[in-house]
Design a protein around this ligand. Structure first.
Ligand code: Q0N
Length: 287
């Protein structure tokens, strides 16, 4: 539990948001995991710490691109004190590779969010250049891809600044990840405005929950890629014939252990910091 005064303001599938005061929020990452859009009843120990530490790492390193909402990491390693912003009403998605809903849209129309793509792309192929492919924030169900014109209607004059910022963030994180043997296929983030109207990066950034990470040594276009973090969970869920509706299956011990190890491996490969060091002093990722 966070401080008793903190009032709950919002819940995601795996995270909670509390108000600390008029200016500050507390974002708490749980150990819950979701797959095929369903939260699984078994926790992955330390998953929330891994995601919080990774976000902090990226926030500290992308400040020269755009300021962010982080104020402090709490000693529990899973709670971020952040600035309260006015959030933009869209999800900022950047794709460097054609997969997921982007691949579906491309197959149906040859376009993704109004970007006309070359003919003959294959599933999971690297795009000629990263694309800003925003989506709506669905309260329930799936976010829907929207065109640049629809996005411009939602955020007005800021569209070009938002697009440039999103692409700069992706290029920075993709280059860093690639140097560590991890492909950042795509990513989603949220931007907000501070009291002065300045653009600020919020929520989580470049975590396995908000991005598709693929191990580079197994990359092979022409098919769906294996997930760096969730593959053991998916494989297990498929093996028991789960129909992908609520509730999901309980996970056996070895699937939990393998999955926890993959999250920690992602943390250590991307940050170059040992996870034990992070647990001992979370703000080590900010230095
Ligand atoms: C905020 N979200 C969506 C469920 C909701 N810094 C901020 N200021 C104001 N609002 C938000 C943030 C942030 N981050 C973001 N809703 C409100 C994301 N989730 C987060 C987990 O809880």
């Amino acid at each position: 539990m966070p401080e008793t005064q903190a009032t709950h303001v919002a819940s995601g599938k795996v995270r909670e948001l509390y108000a600390l005061d008029d200016e500050r929020l507390l974002l708490v990452a749980s150990d819950r995991i979701s797959t095929f859009d369903v939260v699984i009843p078994t926790d992955i120990p330390d998953k929330g710490r891994v995601l919080t530490g990774l976000s902090g790492f990226w926030f500290a390193r992308t400040r020269q691109i755009v300021p962010n909402h982080l104020l402090a990491l709490r000693d529990d390693g899973r709670s971020t004190e952040c600035r309260r912003l006015e959030m933009l009403p869209l999800e900022c998605v950047v794709r460097g590779y054609i997969t997921g809903s982007g691949w579906k849209d491309y197959l149906a129309t040859g376009e993704v969010c109004g970007h006309v793509l070359p003919k003959g792309l294959t599933e999971s192929e690297r795009l000629p250049q990263p694309l800003f492919t925003p989506s709506t924030k669905a309260q329930t169900g799936h976010d829907e891809n929207i065109t640049r014109d629809q996005a411009a209607e939602l955020i007005g004059d800021r569209f070009e600044e938002v697009e440039r910022t999103a692409l700069d963030l992706y290029r920075f994180a993709a280059a860093h990840s690639e140097s560590r043997g991890i492909i950042l296929a795509d990513t989603k983030f949220e931007l907000g405005l501070d009291a002065d109207g300045a653009l600020v990066l919020a929520d989580e950034a470049f975590t396995p929950d908000s991005s598709r990470f693929w191990p580079a040594d197994r990359y092979s276009p022409g098919r769906a890629q294996r997930s760096f973090d969730k593959q053991y969970v998916r494989d297990y869920c498929e093996s028991v014939g789960w129909d992908k509706t609520y509730p999901g299956p309980e996970l056996p011990e070895e699937v939990v252990a393998e999955t926890r190890a993959k999250y920690i491996e992602a943390f250590e490969r991307l940050t170059g910091i040992s996870f034990d060091e992070y647990v001992a002093d979370p703000e080590v990722v900010l230095r």
